[in-house]
Design a protein around this ligand. Structure first.
Ligand code: PMT
Length: 404
């Protein structure tokens, strides 16, 4: 159901614009309030009269009314909406969105929208598979926009292939599911550790590792997108805030991370340990830069506290704890052992020698292991999509009380 949801429907110049009439009707039937913004080219394919009648709202196209000069505020529209859906989205509009071009009301509304943006492309198959379009769609996804993939079939050109805008029924179902997911962690407090830790040797040197923080930040974004209040305890990384709703607690060393995570933990519903925490630190740190000499330099290393294991001992029955395991040899057995030793509910295994997985890449391939030896394998995907899979699995565990 979309009762009370405020939707901006953006319509661009495409044969599929006729489907926007059906889409509007379905959205209204589901209880949504729909305001339509159409591009000048969109009006060549469907008339504002039809759309205004179906949406029960004036259809906006120009920056201002030519009759009385009244201003159509794209900023107010962007603030008003719960979601902006651009369907059909032509290759031209997608390219302009990806490049910040603002030469019509739909595009200025897009650029000032505070709400999630969903794009349903519609175009000829060659335009859809052109590298420029593919790159633009990836750019939109990197902005956090959602893409509803076009389907394959007969196209306006008479050709057959991928480029048909998804059917209005499917787009409506997508939105219903989206709003359901958007609030499924609302009120839940989540702790996530992410990134590497740096263990100081002297003022200029440290022991670190290759974690970029991408996996943990993707998890933080996904949880926040689904209504959770996220505390992200992050080692030194160079990525920006994943979502304004995420509170970042920057730390440097494993001791700092331990302290921040332990303080937050008692109040958390779910804790996820995605950080690559240094297992050892130098027993002492030099306050001045260690000078080069001809002799060997021996560093004495002492163990850091295992944060996940410590919090696993302190946990309550109601909390959900999820660890990661980064393994090279005997991966599944080692990960299963960590699951049990650290008293976790789930462990996410990624392998160092698996191409495209683990440290410092944009993709990952994971196996999730639950109690009772339940194993679930996932394909190589972007870390954003891996995060969605992990969050779905945690949601199932939360709802069902067990992992199956
Ligand atoms: O940051 P990216 O570049 O995106 O890479 C992601 C990742 C590879 C770092 C991530 O997917 C991952 O696997 N994180 C855990 C890496 C790791 O240190 O694994 P481990 O097997 O050594 O540790 C097992 C678990 O105990 C982990 O949940 C770890 O966070 C936790 N741990 C380990 C040591 C320690 N002192 N404290 C901990 O909490």
């Amino acid at each position: 159901m979309l009762k009370g949801k405020k939707i901006i429907l953006g319509i661009t110049g495409s044969i599929a614009a006729y489907k926007a009439a059906f889409l509007t009707r379905l959205l209204i039937r589901q209880g949504a309030e729909v305001k339509i913004v159409i591009t000048p080219c969109g009006k060549e394919f469907i008339t504002p009269v039809t759309l205004a009648t179906l949406s029960k709202n004036t259809v906006l196209c120009d920056f201002f009314s030519h009759d009385d000069g009244a201003w159509n505020s794209h900023i107010d529209l962007g603030i008003w909406a719960d979601v902006m859906l651009i369907a059909p989205a032509s290759a031209n509009t997608i390219a302009k969105m990806a490049n910040g071009i603002a030469d019509n009301l739909l595009l200025t509304t897009y650029l000032s929208a505070k709400c999630p943006v969903v794009v349903a492309p519609a175009m000829d198959l060659d335009m859809f598979r052109h590298p420029a379009t593919a790159k633009n769609l990836v750019t939109l996804q990197s902005f956090g926009n959602f893409i509803i993939e076009p389907t394959s079939g007969e196209l306006a050109s008479g050709l057959d292939g991928k480029g048909r805008m998804e059917e209005p029924e499917e787009i409506t179902s997508w939105l219903i599911e989206f709003f359901k997911k958007k609030s499924r962690f609302s009120g839940k407090k989540i702790l996530i550790t992410a990134g590497p830790t740096f263990e100081k040797i002297d003022p200029v040197r440290f022991i670190g590792n290759h974690s970029s923080g991408k996996m943990g930040y993707a998890l933080a974004k996904t949880f926040a997108d689904q209504g959770a209040y996220v505390n992200l305890v992050s080692g030194p990384v160079s990525i920006g805030l994943p979502n304004p709703a995420v509170k970042i607690h920057p730390v440097v060393s494993a001791d700092d991370m331990n302290q921040a995570a332990s303080t937050l933990f008692p109040d958390m519903d779910i804790a996820i340990f995605a950080a690559a925490v240094a297992d050892y630190k130098p027993s002492s740190q030099s306050e001045s830069k260690i000078k080069r000499s001809g002799n060997d330099l021996l560093l004495n290393l002492i163990p850091n506290e295992d944060i996940a294991a410590k919090l696993g001992r302190l946990r309550s029955e109601n909390q959900i704890l999820v660890g990661f395991a980064l393994e090279s040899d005997d991966a599944v057995n080692n990960a299963s052992r960590k699951l049990a030793d650290k008293n976790l509910d789930l462990i996410v295994l990624n392998r160092i020698n698996d191409p495209g997985a683990g440290f410092n890449v944009d993709t990952n391939r994971i196996l999730i292991i639950g109690k009772d030896n339940i194993h679930k394998n996932f394909e190589l995907k972007s870390k954003d999509n891996v995060a969605k899979d992990i969050v779905d699995e945690i949601f199932n565990l939360m709802i069902n009380g067990s992992y199956a």
